[in-house]
Design a binder for this molecule. Structure first.
Ligand code: FE
Length: 300
């Protein structure tokens, strides 16, 4: 299965941020990420596990997601994925030496998602076991590694186009849907699709809506529930805006809260999610985003 050109994990994200210095402090002091010395072109890389980096921060007034990186198993998987995209009419360009060096990978290809977000698939990321991940905050680590960096939730122009791209072309697998039902007595067009490519319940979720930013939030998950609680109160102490209070999602069972990043999109910090076993998983339908909590702050 690993060699069939289906992403094995969400490997890295590029964030175009208007204030890289403020982001650097947010990443270290609030999220507990480790930042690396800046690249010569000013790019700031941040890590949360043995991968050399997981986040690529560049100066960009858009304050939005500007790159999605999907990891595949090996050279053949990368070639299979590129061939599948090209046969479906997606333009794919091969990474050159400077792109490979910049990304610290053996090889990569690049293309665009249906909404024009630059996207890469790569294999052979630099794993830095010589210098283990070291958080600037006391903590026991992030749930990452083979589950990838976490998940992203995007707004898309067309649910059908994005389903076709991510499920039918890239090969991500459906986890479930959150779609309010008549029983709930709420009129809503919310129709959220959750997709996975490894044991993480979802590496990506999206719904059709027009919002100022493509990235609604990215999620990072920790091993220790106390770190979620400590960070919740750290945000209040340090005046980091909290968008949604502590709560638990019904589908991935993530216990989490949402804080506002310096770029305006949210970061979800979570703990305790279930993991997917593809031999047993069946797609589910949920009617609510949360079992409890996740209230707009001020409402709890
Ligand atoms: Fe989430």
């Amino acid at each position: 299965m690993l060699g069939d050109g289906i992403p094995t994990q969400l490997g890295y994200l590029g964030l175009g941020v208007s204030d890289v210095e403020t982001w650097s402090r947010f990443a270290t002091d609030v999220l507990g990420l480790q930042v690396l010395p800046r690249d010569p072109d000013g790019t700031l890389l941040a890590r949360l596990d043995a991968h050399q980096y997981r986040f690529i921060l560049t100066a960009d007034p858009a304050d939005d997601l500007n790159l999605i990186g999907w990891e595949v198993a090996d050279e053949r998987a990368l070639a299979d994925l590129a061939a599948r995209l090209e046969s479906a009419g997606v333009a794919v360009s091969r990474g050159d030496r400077s792109a490979r060096d910049r990304r610290r990978v053996v090889d990569l290809v690049s293309f665009s998602n249906p909404n024009g977000i630059p996207t890469e698939a790569y294999y052979g990321p630099l794993i830095n076991r010589a210098e283990p991940f070291h958080s600037p905050r006391p903590m026991s680590g992030f749930v990452a590694g083979a589950q990838g960096l976490g998940h992203i939730t995007l707004t898309v122009d067309s649910l059908a186009d994005s389903l076709h791209f991510y499920r039918d072309l890239l090969g991500l697998r459906m986890s479930d849907w959150i779609r309010p039902q008549p029983e709930r007595g709420v009129q809503s067009d919310l129709n959220l699709a959750f997709l996975h490519c490894n044991a993480r319940h979802h590496s990506m979720a999206f719904w059709e809506m027009e919002l100022p930013k493509r990235l609604h939030h990215f999620m990072i998950q920790v091993h220790d529930l106390d770190y979620v609680g400590e960070t919740y109160y750290l945000c209040q102490r340090e005046a980091v805006p909290i968008d949604l209070s502590l709560g638990r999602h019904p589908n991935d069972r993530m216990l989490s809260f949402y804080m506002k990043s310096p770029s305006g999109f949210d970061v979800e910090l979570g703990w305790g999610a279930i993991e997917i076993d593809d031999d047993r998983w069946t797609v589910q339908l949920h009617t609510d985003g949360s079992m409890w909590g996740h209230l707009p702050v001020g409402a709890d």
